[in-house]
Structures are given as C-alpha cells and as structure tokens.
Design a protein around this ligand. Structure first.
Ligand SMILES: Cc1cc2nc3c(=O)[nH]c(=O)nc-3n(C[C@H](O)[C@H](O)[C@H](O)COP(=O)(O)O)c2cc1C
Length: 186
C-alpha cells in the first residue's frame, strides 16, 4: 500500500468484530511504531498490550467514573457528558486489543515522541487491514494510581496514547477536515 493511501484512508474505527489480533501482527505494528523519530533518539516509549476483555471492561467503567468526577470545567464537558451518562457506552468500543503507549523517561518531548509512534502504529494497522482509534477518554484514568495498578504500569510511567485495534465491522465514512491555514512567508 502506498503511504499516501494509508494516510488518506485511515479512519478512527469505533465498531469491531470479535476477531482477535495475533501476536505476530501486533509485534509488526510495534516495530513500525518504533521507527518513528524521537528527540535525541531517546525512544522514551513502552507498549502495553491488553487483550483481556474483562480487564478492558473494568478500565472502561473506571475511566468513565474518573472522568465524571473530574470533567467539570473541561471545554468539551457538554459533548462528553451524554457518553459518560450512557451505561452502554464502552470507551474502548469492545475492541479486541488495546495498545497503550507510555512514556518511560523524563524529557521535554516525550509526548511528541509517543504521539509520533502512535501515528506510525495506526497507519501500519490500516495497511494491515485493521482499524484503530486513539482513546483519549482513557488517558487521565490510566495516569492515576488505580489506573496504573489495573494495567500493572510502573508508577513513573506516563500514559500517552491508548490505541484500540481490531478488524473493523465496516469502514467508517471520511471525517472532513478544515482548509489548512497556511502562511507562505518569503
Ligand atoms: C488525542 C486524541 C484523542 C482521541 N480520543 C478519542 C476518544 O476518546 N474516543 C473516540 O471515539 N475517538 C477519539 N479520538 C479520535 C478522534 O475523534 C478522530 O481522530 C477525529 O474525529 C478525526 O476522525 P478520523 O480519525 O477518522 O479522521 C481521539 C483522537 C486523538 C488524536
């Protein structure tokens, strides 16, 4: 697949079949993720792969409670509230796999580094016929002591990119983009 085809074809997928993703495929995606550039080649990332559906159900439930308790004042509170109040809303959309990218070192660019790894992973997933979606809903809970305990994450790690993966039930429609604001200087 041409890279540009993956860039334009990738979608955030929110409906998955129950088909699991094998370890070899997941390892290939992680190999693609770590080809991302990182500041001073620090590679400050670690990958936690979760396929236990009961654990993902538990984290979804806990993350919703955590967000409900902390959301007031957030610019998107109104948009999120209806999801948080819906008992059927699963933050991971029952995807068969979660790959959490955590920053494991300190530094001024760890978020950028992990986000670049996440984009590589999502593009590689698309080219392998898989769907993916970054689940920001999980982030703040996964950075609490309870969240770290749930996934067995060491206390100093910072959860940056929770990415769900799986076989899409259908290919979601294109989400529009605004015209880019471009200034040509000189
Ligand atoms: C940092 C970040 C956090 C996101 N969090 C969520 C989320 O919690 N739940 C969700 O369904 N989608 C989430 N998304 C996906 C965005 O909604 C999606 O990328 C956007 O609507 C554009 O759609 P597309 O990815 O299909 O082009 C997140 C994306 C990013 C980059």
């Amino acid at each position: 697949m041409e890279l540009i085809e993956a860039i334009t074809g990738r979608r955030s997928v929110r409906e998955y079949t129950t088909e699991t993703v094998d370890e070899q495929t997941i390892s290939r995606l992680i190999s693609a993720a770590v080809r991302a550039p990182s500041a001073v080649n620090e590679q400050p990332w670690a990958f936690t792969v979760v396929r236990d559906q009961k654990l993902l159900d538990h984290v979804s439930h806990q993350a919703k409670s955590h967000m409900r308790a902390t959301i007031s004042g957030s610019p998107h509170a109104g948009h999120f509230q209806s999801h948080l109040d819906n008992p059927d809303f699963h933050i991971f959309y029952h995807a068969p796999v979660l790959i959490l990218i955590s920053a494991i070192a300190e530094g001024p660019w760890i978020v950028e580094d992990c986000a670049l790894a996440a984009e590589n992973l999502m593009l590689a997933a698309y080219s392998a016929g898989l769907g993916s979606c970054w689940i920001g809903f999980a982030q703040s809970f996964l950075n609490t002591p309870d969240g770290k305990t749930a996934l067995g994450l060491p206390a100093p790690w910072i959860s940056i990119a929770p990415i769900i993966l799986g076989r899409p039930k259908a290919n979601p429609p294109l989400v529009s983009r605004q015209e880019p604001r471009v200034t040509w200087v000189g």
